[in-house]
Design a protein around this ligand. Sequence first.
Ligand code: GLU
Length: 461
Amino acid sequence: MTVVTRFAPSPTGFLHIGGARTALFNWLFARHHGGKFLLRIEDTDRKRSTQEAIDAILDGLSWLELQWDEPEVYQSKRAEQHQAAAHRLLAEGKAYRCYCSPDELTAMREAAKAEGRPMRYDGTWRDRDPAEAPAGVAPAVRMKAPQTGETSIDDLVQGTVTVANGQLDDMVLLRADGTPTYMLSVVVDDHDMGVTHAIRGDDHLTNAFRQTQLYRLLGWEPPVFAHIPLIHGPDGAKLSKRHGALGVEAYRELGYLPEALRNYLLRLGWGHGDDEIIPTAQAIDWFDLDGVGRSPARFDLQKLDHLNGHYLREADDERLADLVASRFQAVSETGRHRLVAGMQGLKARVKTVAELSEMAEFYLRDRPLALNDKAAKLLAGDAPAILSKLHAELQSCNDWTAEALESLVRQFAEAQGVKLGAAAQPLRAALTGSNVSPPVFEVMQVLGRQESLDRIADRAA
Ligand code: GLU
């Protein structure tokens, strides 16, 4: 059997962390088993679905490099297939038309509420002769669910979960206006797409019982279900914006790398011993559903920062230079060369591409450089005079490498009877406009002789 998984988001909002994790688990499971990963946009709620949300989902998945293997399926375009399934059940006597008016249903709901039990359709039209149907009432179509026995799911995460059929009612398949319900659409689509494994949030576990009943009525085998625990915030409550959880596009904007976010999402609810750093190829090799825990995962931004720092240091310098350059308006050839040449020193000190860009900015700015407050302080007092003498020394330096420059400045400081910092700190401030930067001699090498001398001259007295 070829494994077929799917991610089935409802496009009513951005691709959030929980959705991205569900997509990742489905993708990894398919890749691990050499199967297919499909995408279905569940846009049947036309009022709440937006094109903007669809685009955010497609972009978010593409950015995360969770490529789906066939063109995405739009649930709204499959209403005919959904209706056909319901009509087949009607023809086979496995579904029936229900003529209850909204008032009757409201009365049922209120009676249930008064008795403190959940609303269950009472089966009024299940066995009633349709000849008794009131005139002018458009019927809904309900499935004839089994009334005795039980429905069990062998869930790959939750284990075997069973519900007594008496607790479930005859759910609506087609509304009075003929539109299919969400529950019908999901079952027909998963069947038609050949889905073998439905991996999704455990908020759908209760749906799985009715869906299983419907599969059986339709004569189809349900997929294997795996309901993964939801993500919680550090305080134990269900994850929300309040915890700093954002849409995937926001993490991109903040400067996280897709491989870092994948690693982070993987560890949210899945484990392999104590391993924290699990690159994607390794994850594909290891991933299976028995590594999914049963208790909710905790969202922890610090872990994401830590992982991102790791993947930044691993990342190719050209790629990082492109990412940094894309955050500035126009970057010259020289600027880009400096970014690549200086990247080792830059990326060792940051956690995100945003921080990297901030740290790299001095490589891209034209003279005279703006100074931050601390740099301005470092350039007060004797500093301009020291820089002036140092400038003269440096002019005669003909080996413009970090090592040679360092020994030159050390000798200079000694000769002046000052500490290395008294020369190196103003130098850093003059070259970068800041008090924090990669090692200053490396900066000089990357900037090159002329630019370095000019920047020093700008601050010398
Ligand atoms: N569309 C549902 C959601 O976004 C998922 C349904 C499913 O995975 O079966 O929560």
